[in-house]
Ligand binder design. Structure first.
Ligand SMILES: Cc1cc2nc3c(=O)[nH]c(=O)nc-3n(C[C@H](O)[C@H](O)[C@H](O)COP(=O)(O)OP(=O)(O)OC[C@H]3O[C@@H](n4cnc5c(N)ncnc54)[C@H](O)[C@@H]3O)c2cc1C
Length: 446
């Protein structure tokens, strides 16, 4: 299949691992998936889930199949091809009063990628993951058939595909209802928070009245300051409080080059974390916020992943069960710094109920996500230690961020794996559909 001429270097958003592979791209998604072993969208998953199982093989890029196939202006029901992006939907529909029911922290994601990772957003505590809203999928399964699946038809396959990281089939089309919004602006409130207990209490209290909440944590603070950060809450602004104009297109900046490795030391990260924390000098702020600044602050900087330099970076995200003393989250943050972890970005969120996706990530508890640069000797050991803690605490990590987890750790934190594997075997007995991640974690053949 491969042709040396067409080989290119593919990677996820963390730029590690990278693999030489052939990327097929066409508007005719149904045609090019006929023999495919994996699909990928905009490559915003951090690790190896969107990479083919072996170097030199073929992966289908869905982004040319981006048609909006149907939209009902009464009910909001939308059907789109798998390569349609949230960016395109926002450009078209936000000013007409519609927004996706769940959005991750970047709009550079495709519908197919949103289903495969069963993404969650700041509204998870009230609206669950994206998969909760999906009515129906058009899917090409391993034997070549194209099926429509939903909770009514092929329910098991439908639920394994939601959060199934592309391993049950190729998603061709997605149907879900868009959400009516009162204005395209956000009313937001943010609060500087002194430590972990106050952060978790603040998230839980805010969840009672605010539909969207999230916290940023200074991941290098220790002692009494452990878990300190900024708590952010938001809701769609009502027409009376929103500016009468549409939100202007935000100017985006570009990171011009890879940062050298020495720029990523403890001092630069400490400096960033301190500055970000104290930028919020006033304890509480509130007012109208641009939707892009609220939902997608990182999208303001194109190619921000270059900041982490030549070796790339990873993100570790886990969800830990609630505890009255916040012990699991405290031990996690302590371990991260003790084991030599450091990063610019650490996000905390209290998750709502577990979703219908068989391998969907969120479950009730505290989710913590942190970015860190890859270090050849240290990163694998750090992830091992984080995973050991997560297993011991009864939590789980998020596949769409992962590049380092060992299969034994994944199995230990994922009691739903046998049921998922059984659905995969039923629909794909030869193991045709697979990825670099499924080779690493599920023992698929390369
Ligand atoms: C800045 C940033 C912020 C983020 N914030 C969040 C967040 O708040 N919440 C959250 O949940 N995630 C978040 N993510 C992760 C991101 O939402 C997911 O990784 C998402 O799946 C990326 O979509 P994509 O189109 O880029 O898919 P890709 O990265 O290309 O692929 C991701 C997975 O989907 C599979 N896939 C893609 N298309 C198809 C298809 N048509 N058929 C079958 N399988 C397919 C791939 O095989 C792969 O397993 C964030 C990522 C970034 C970079």
């Amino acid at each position: 299949m491969s042709n040396a001429k067409n080989l290119r270097r593919l990677a996820g958003w963390g730029r590690y691992p990278a693999i030489e592979a052939v990327e097929l791209r066409s508007e005719q998604l149904e045609r090019i998936t006929a023999e495919a072993t994996l699909c990928r969208g905009l490559g915003r998953s951090y690790g190896d889930s969107s990479l083919p199982a072996a170097a030199g093989s073929v992966v289908v890029n869905t982004t040319a199949a981006d048609r909006l196939l149907a939209f009902d202006e009464q009910s909001g029901m939308l059907r789109g091809e798998a390569g349609l992006s949230v960016l395109a939907l926002n450009q078209l529909l936000l000013r007409r009063g519609w927004f996706v029911p769940v959005s991750p922290g970047t709009q550079f994601v495709t519908l197919g990628g949103m289903v495969a990772s069963d993404v969650h957003g700041k509204n998870h505590h009230v609206d669950g993951c994206f998969g909760e809203h999906v009515r129906s999928l058009k899917l090409r399964v391993a034997d070549g058939r194209v099926l429509e699946c939903s909770d009514e038809h092929q329910r098991e396959l439908f639920r394994a595909t939601i959060g199934g990281m592309g391993l049950t089939g190729h998603i061709l089309e997605v149907e879900f209802p868009m959400r009516r919004i009162p204005s395209p602006w956000i009313w937001g409130e943010s609060q500087r928070i002194d430590g972990l207990d106050a952060m978790v209490a603040g998230l839980k209290e805010a969840a009672q009245t605010w539909p969207m909440t999230v916290g940023w944590v200074d991941c290098l603070a220790r002692g009494d300051g452990l878990g300190r950060g900024i708590l952010m809450k938001g809701r769609w602004a009502q027409p009376g409080e929103a500016p009468p104009r549409q939100p202007a297109l935000k100017r985006r900046f570009r990171v011009p080059c890879q940062f050298p490795h020495w720029a990523l030391g403890w001092w630069s990260m400490k400096g960033f974390n301190l500055a970000y924390y104290w930028k919020h000098f006033r304890r509480t702020r509130s007012g109208i916020v641009h939707p892009d600044a609220f939902f997608y602050p990182l999208d303001a900087l194109d190619d921000w992943n270059l900041i982490y330099g030549r070796r790339g970076f990873t993100q570790y995200q886990c969800v830990l069960p609630h505890a009255d003393d916040n012990g699991p989250a405290r031990r996690f943050l302590e371990l991260f710094t003790l084991a030599g972890g450091m990063g610019f970005l650490c996000v905390i969120k209290d998750c709502g109920a577990e979703g219908k996706g068989m391998l969907s990530f969120p479950r009730p508890g505290i989710s913590i996500a942190m970015d860190f640069p890859i270090h050849p000797e240290k990163t694998r050991k750090l992830v091992d230690r984080l995973n050991e803690l997560v297993v011991a605490e009864g939590g789980r990590m998020y596949l769409t961020k992962d590049a380092f987890t060992r299969s034994e750790h994944f199995r230990a934190m994922e009691p739903r794996l046998d049921a998922f594997n059984a659905v995969r075997r039923k629909w794909d007995p030869q193991g045709k559909i697979r990825s670099a991640q499924s080779v690493r974690l599920l023992g698929d053949k390369p």
